[in-house]
Design a protein around this ligand. Structure first.
Ligand code: SF4
Length: 284
């Protein structure tokens, strides 16, 4: 995927970081490594988390409400949000987490079995950042589709266009974080604002059901103009896209911070609701 030869070895084209990796070394996301002159997914088929979750937990509020989806995660992430809620898997590489190994076909078979026994929409790619291991998402999604089930992507959206364009036709629903209103905010979390906006636009244009989540972090993105700019962008893609405005709780490197006041979350949701038809509050 847009890979090339760099000064050190191989350049990864999966996300805007474009890590230039010497043979055998690991990328910033800890999920990809240079091997044989190419950058490959070190987390392919390596499962750290597997659970049958309500679809509302993704969060997706308007996609098969009341149903469950088998949710799978691996390790690694290309962002460094200091408030990460899944740092035990997202901020570690293969040496730092316990994994089970599964092929795409095995996971899809499991999803089908769970569907028969307990009800299940298909597979959700979530918990860590799935796009840093996008090849596994692609291969699983094909297997899931071939068994008549659905694919759900839960992502920070910070990936290059070619990755998103290849996955988009396979993804039935997605929740993409739009964490802040600007590159300045994304500098804080180590991401690329324009890439995230492009991902939302691409998935929506491909016919995927898209919902967006913004976590309100006190002192960082809790001004009225912040949520106004986020809502303006989402509305420019479609005012029908649901926006989840969610409350921050102390986590990871921000474990000493104060949670977002519920009144702030409600006020910002009300402002977003002036531009968007469906705005929800979360974590209250
Ligand atoms: S996906 Fe990982 S290895 Fe590739 S550019 Fe992004 S952080 Fe670097």
């Amino acid at each position: 995927m847009n890979e090339g030869n760099g000064e050190l070895g191989a350049v990864c084209g999966v996300c805007p970081r474009h890590c230039n990796l010497a043979e055998g070394s690991i990328g910033f996301c800890r999920a990809r490594k240079a091997e044989g002159g190419r950058v490959v997914a070190a987390n392919y088929g390596r499962i750290t988390s597997l659970a049958l979750d309500p679809i509302e937990k993704k969060p997706l509020a308007f996609f098969h409400p009341g149903e469950n989806v088998l949710s799978v995660g691996s390790f690694g992430c290309n962002l460094r949000c200091p408030f990460c809620q899944n740092d035990s898997i997202s901020q570690h590489g293969e040496d730092g987490v316990a994994c089970q190994v599964a092929t795409p076909g095995e996971l899809a078979d499991l999803a089908l079995r769970v569907r028969r026994e307990r009800g299940n929409l298909g597979l959700a790619y979530t918990y860590n950042e799935p796009l840093v291991g996008w090849e596994f998402v692609r291969d699983c999604a094909r297997e899931v589709r071939s068994r008549g089930m659905l694919n759900v992507l839960v992502s920070n959206g910070c990936a290059e266009a070619a990755v998103v364009e290849e996955l988009a036709p396979l993804v039935d629903a997605a929740n993409i974080d739009l964490k802040g209103p600007s590159q300045e905010y994304y500098d804080w979390v180590g991401g690329d604002f324009a890439a995230v906006c492009r991902t939302i636009t691409t998935l929506h244009a491909a016919g995927c059901h898209v919902e967006v989540t913004t976590l309100v972090v006190p002192g960082r993105n809790d001004k009225e103009e912040d949520i106004g700019e986020i809502a303006d962008f989402v509305a420019s893609v479609s005012p029908e896209i649901p926006l989840h405005v969610t409350r921050f709780f102390p986590r990871f490197r921000m474990s000493d911070a104060q949670p977002t006041p519920p009144a702030t979350v409600r006020r910002l949701a009300e402002i977003a609701g002036r531009r968007l038809k469906r705005v929800l509050v979360g974590n209250l």
